[in-house]
Design a binder for this molecule. Structure first.
Ligand code: FES
Ligand code: MG
Length: 589
């Protein structure tokens, strides 16, 4: 068995003769399910398996089975596995929104990693928020940590065509509203997108964030893209279990890997992937918990002009299986490295640098993963916008339609602006209640505005900004209208919405002052959005009683709202960001 040269953290619990009473208490109870004192006092690394899978979290549920392969890897590398649960984070199941719980799972995991006898941890990730929650906690605590993604579902198929999870629902709801699909047809089409275990097979938030975890260097090469049911997934679980033991012996910690340069790489990769609109807040949150001041200006500066290389839904055509067969993240790294767009020297959990991984990787299907010379789209990252009634918002250029893009890509100063009449909704319930109201006179010259959907207004912030037009427009073939709001949208949405507007209405953002009928001017070249309302009128609106968000429904919602920041700065619990590298336990002998 490989020997560990230095005393491990877990030995403070299990092998401390100077504090025999406490040591005895720790040791005796961990024996009661069959571990031996010899194992616990052998100096072997104790490796946590942070289990995010459960019946309530179906996207990650197969981690329960994968953990057996992780345990085997840990044992074979000389470690002792200890699996424990993480607060469930199920994007499709949690009401009002799973985003409310990212920070709760983070807090819980920090306490576990800090307070229990763990030398390292395998972070089982998958569904959207599981990846940032786990990485944020690993960054805060700073014990050796490695990501094991659960992998996407197999590709969905319906009547001979690929159907991607999430994305198909946004498409099908329009068909249903237009009277082209009934309830049964809707359900059949939607469920066809989920043919197996795994997380979303689209390049939604799950596949995006797992790919960014790999690009950051926090998982082994190809970990993100292996479809959940493939045999390689179990093999990756085994290799990950083995590798974490070596990382503990080498004391390779998140703080060595999660550097500013690693985050800069991740921003570039996000653009090339056509990644989810949820990636900016999640990546910013991970960075802040790693002590790195990453912001939207970094996304604008580093990501905006990167081309779209990955041809996956919603920005493209293919799904997880195609992405994996084409080479997954290493192939994307290869293409970006060839074009000189990456920091090659960033270390990874594998022991190789990002440059090492990129150098040996090859693209096996250039239809699915393009080169920087022949991309799907140029300048495909996020644009960061500002305006006279808010500080920042984002739009994902890889899903912006061709006409609009052509204008945007033209010379600066050229006309690429439009004006629209605002239709303002107070949160998702109000939108659903009134979108069909003929009195609103919604037509193709309108912009749908939603507020009260940010971190404080709709705790966690709702994925609602990709609002469908009223059914009478859908029946006329108008299947999208410009949308704008302080909420988010699903990473599986192809809507070119203007999202994550900060500050949100519920904390006094100027979005609260807009009224239905206001003219809004959007100018992507200037990166501005302007409410064409004169200042006297705005001032009189400011005198009106401020916007009142709805009451909290649970204790956590109340605490969350008191402590959370805006989406532009990652939606972190602000006091939590003051705690960095908390690995040492107070009162340690
Ligand atoms: Fe869980 Fe998409 S809903 S990954
Ligand atoms: Mg989502």
């Amino acid at each position: 068995m490989p020997q560990t040269p230095r005393r491990l953290r877990s030995q403070k619990w299990f092998d401390d003769p100077a504090h025999a009473d406490m040591t005895a208490i720790y040791v005796e109870r961990y024996l009661n399910y069959g571990l031996t004192r010899q194992e616990l006092q052998s100096g072997r690394p104790i490796i946590g398996i942070a289990q995010t899978g459960s019946d309530l979290a179906p996207c990650n549920r197969h981690h329960i089975a994968l953990a057996e392969r992780v345990r085997a890897g840990i044992r074979d590398a000389g470690g002792i596995p200890m699996e424990f649960p993480v607060h469930p984070l199920a994007e499709q199941g949690r009401r009002p929104t799973a985003a409310l719980d990212r920070n709760l799972a983070y807090l819980g995991l920090v306490e576990i990693l800090h307070g229990y006898p763990l030398d390292g941890v395998v972070l089982t990730t998958g569904c959207d928020k599981t990846t940032p929650a786990c990485l944020m906690a690993a960054a805060t605590v700073d014990i050796p940590a490695i990501v094991l993604s659960g992998g996407p579902m197999l590709d969905g198929w319906h009547e001979g065509r690929r159907v991607g999870s999430g994305t198909v629902i946004w498409h099908a709801r329009n068909l249903m509203a237009a009277g082209k699909l009934d309830y049964e047809g809707f359900m059949t089409l939607a469920t066809a997108s989920s043919p197996s275990i795994g997380h979303c097979n689209t390049m939604g938030t799950a596949l995006s964030m797992n790919s960014l975890a790999e690009a950051l260097g926090m998982s082994l090469p190809t970990c993100a893209s292996i479809p959940a049911p493939y045999r390689e997934r179990g093999q990756m679980a085994y290799a990950t279990g083995m590798r974490i033991c070596d990382m503990v012996r080498a004391d390779l910690r998140p703080s060595h890997i999660l550097t500013r340069r690693a985050f800069e790489n991740a921003i570039v990769v996000a653009s090339a992937l056509g990644a989810s609109t949820n990636c900016p807040p999640h990546l910013i949150a991970i960075a802040r918990h790693a002590g790195i001041d990453l912001g939207l200006d970094d996304w604008q500066r580093l990501g905006e002009d990167v081309p779209l290389l990955v041809n996956c839904v919603p920005a493209g055509e293919y799904l997880g299986e195609g992405f994996h067969r084409a080479g997954g993240v290493p192939a994307v790294l290869h293409e970006l490295a060839v074009a000189g767009r990456l920091h090659a020297d960033c270390p990874t959990v594998s022991g190789q640098t990002i440059g090492d991984i990129a150098a040996v990787a090859r693209t096996r299907d250039t239809e699915v993963i393009r080169s920087c010379d022949a991309p799907l789209k140029h300048r495909a990252g996020f644009i960061v916008l500002s305006g006279n009634f808010f500080d920042s918002a984002i739009i994902k250029m890889s899903v912006v339609g061709d006409t609009f893009r052509r204008a945007y890509l033209s010379e600066p100063g050229s006309e690429n602006a439009f004006e629209a009449r605002a239709i303002v909704f107070e949160g998702p319930e109000d939108y659903h209640a009134r979108i069909e109201d003929p009195a609103l006179h919604i037509d193709e010259h309108c912009i749908l505005v939603i507020r009260g959907a940010g971190n404080v207004g709709y705790p966690g912030s709702a994925e609602v900004v990709n609002m469908a037009p009223p059914s009478y427009l859908l029946k006329r073939g108008i299947d999208s209208l410009p949308c704008l709001g302080d909420g988010r949208q699903s990473g599986t949405s192809a809507s070119p919405s203007i999202l994550n507007m900060s500050p949100e209405a519920a904390v006094g953002g100027g979005l609260a002052l807009l009224r239905t009928g206001d003219r809004i001017r959007v100018d992507l070249n200037q990166r501005t959005i302007t409410a064409l309302v004169d200042e006297t009128e705005m001032e009189s609106r400011r005198q009106a009683p401020p916007y009142q968000p709805p009451e909290s429904q649970t204790p956590w919602q109340e605490l969350y709202r008191q402590l959370v920041g805006q989406l532009s700065t990652g939606g972190c619990l602000e006091p939590a960001t003051l705690y960095l590298r908390v690995v040492e336990t107070r009162g340690d002998p």
